[in-house]
Design a protein around this ligand. Sequence first.
Ligand code: SF4
Length: 393
Amino acid sequence: MHITRRKTRQIQVGTVKIGGDAPVSVQSMCSTDTRDVAATVEQIRQLETAGCELIRVAVPDEEAAAALPKIKAAMTVPLIADIHFDHRLALKAAAIVDCVRINPGNIGAWWKVEEVIKAVNDRGIPIRVGVNGGSLERHLLDKYGWPTPEALAESALNAVHALEDVGFTNLKVSLKASDVHHAIDAYWLFAHQSDYPIHIGITEAGTAMTGAVKSAMGLGYLLANGIGDTLRVSLAADPVEEVKVGYEILKSLELRHRGINVIACPTCGRVEIDVVRMANELEKKLGHIKTPLNVSVLGCVVNGIGEGKEADIGIAGGEGKGILFKKGKLVRKVPMEELMDTLIQEVELLAKEKEAEGNGASVPSVESQEWESVAADSGQPSTLGKEIPVLPH
Ligand code: SF4
């Protein structure tokens, strides 16, 4: 399958480019109390280690806003402040962070939004317009009856137009719904009518497992259709899991290559090693590796090495010993009790070799930036005057 990414304008959040030809970036949000600087910084460190490229924190009050300078000073990836209702918090945050997320629909009077625009313009940072099913404007709820995809898209387009009317275009947009169909439809409608970069996500997706599946379905569908410039997987779980799922979605579609990809057989009656334990342990112990590597854990040698041909490196169980192989070729037999440690050492070594060769970068494999329905031209208004698009069903 070939993915043709939607052609969008490009913005920059700190050091990270979003939209245009930039790879789809992975972001997450701290679940700590922002006022607790130590806990928030610790979680940020874990997210950074997991490869999170942009990190958002909630700024619900003055104390949280006051914590931002210390948090920002302790991190390396860009920081996004999440603001609802109180524009004064956005003004404070704008002096520190790399992007401010607001929902113009719940910020109140327009002059308040204009003050926020002035503050972000002073520092040249973008705004994320975050439209959400739970906080839609009253008039749209009256018009549509409930937060329909059309209502979400209209809310986002209205916000974009209002910002453009005062000359502000340094923005990205999200339209979040917790229902997969509604989220897909809302993003689809917006994406076919605007060329601003889009932050995709299924909000309140659920626990680690259900949320990962919902996100994979919703975000996977959008990404496969070229929609999405940055993503967040929302899970009721440790945010590090959000980052891992985000990368897995992108890796599955070959939009990003990052870190190890564990290929594990489902096991059967021939299994000779504890595949499930080993595969899980590998993911945990090698999570810090950024270099793209396929690592196989196969239960037996009967089909093992053949099935592991696609892998850069792997192990298989066989006749009381383990077998270490690279690119489908036997390297050596290893005593069972040394198998895991040997594989981990070999993977670390291989990752270093690849990095030294310059193959360690996380690169997008999808280069095409054409998308028929939208023609990006940063000098033009974002809404392209096309007919309302047909939804994907
Ligand atoms: S690799 Fe061996 S144990 Fe695993 S599924 Fe295939 S035949 Fe069964």
